[in-house]
Write a protein that binds this ligand. Sequence first.
Ligand SMILES: *[C@@H]1O[C@H](CO)[C@@H](O)[C@H](O)[C@H]1NC(C)=O
Ligand SMILES: *[C@@H]1O[C@H](CO)[C@@H](O)[C@H](O)[C@H]1NC(C)=O
Ligand SMILES: *[C@@H]1O[C@H](CO)[C@@H](O)[C@H](O)[C@H]1NC(C)=O
Length: 210
Amino acid sequence: MASTLLKNLLLSLLVVSAGFWVAKASDPDILFDFVAPANSTNNFDGNYFTFIGLRGVLFNNTSPNFKVTKASMVEFPALNGQSVSFAILQYPAGGLNPPHTHPRSAELLFLVQGSLQVGFVDTTNKLYNQTLQVGDMFIFPKGLVHFQYNANTPRTATAISAFGSANAGTISIPTSIFTTGIDDVILAKAFKTDIATIQNIKACLIAPKA
Ligand SMILES: *[C@@H]1O[C@H](CO)[C@@H](O)[C@H](O)[C@H]1NC(C)=O
Ligand SMILES: *[C@@H]1O[C@H](CO)[C@@H](O)[C@H](O)[C@H]1NC(C)=O
Ligand SMILES: *[C@@H]1O[C@H](CO)[C@@H](O)[C@H](O)[C@H]1NC(C)=O
């Protein structure tokens, strides 16, 4: 009797903790302290865990367009297996980060300069938007389509975004739909318009940035 009780207790603990793990899970957990460099001879040091690729990036944007500088596992291999990454987002006046999604992570955006219009759309097609001031944070839930826009301000905006994945991935909606060779007929039907309009959009997206 007591042992059955104990068994049930252990079983429910297991179920609860498994549920917790699943809810928390993002990148797969690694069975090592960290993932060493591929060609490591075990003589790597603190430099491997240091990323200097963002030096001189903050508050130093000369690009006329929206610019993202990433510190994901591609740029910073020590992040592999650690389920975290960063990006610096810089918006000149009028700069737009077009609608996109991150398939593997939520995004926690922290505005450190200027002001920024942000928004995301949920799976019922409801828009949640906000205008942020310096010091504000906004969370874009995992996988949902979202955007950021530095509207009508003469000032540059800068944000730092954290991701719960070492490789959150980005799918840009305009790029993935209009620049990947999907047939004009399919897109014209999907957008309930004519082929000339689709071709015009494609030409604008493929043209080099002004
Ligand atoms: C490992 O390979 C990288 C480039 O692929 C190189 O820069 C680095 O020096 C190599 N490290 C060792 C320990 O061989
Ligand atoms: C600003 O960025 C440029 C490269 O875009 C770099 O050469 C320069 O050193 C940076 N300035 C500062 C103060 O970090
Ligand atoms: C949200 O978006 C609407 C347009 O859909 C806009 O009129 C409104 O100003 C935005 N709200 C904020 C807080 O940015």
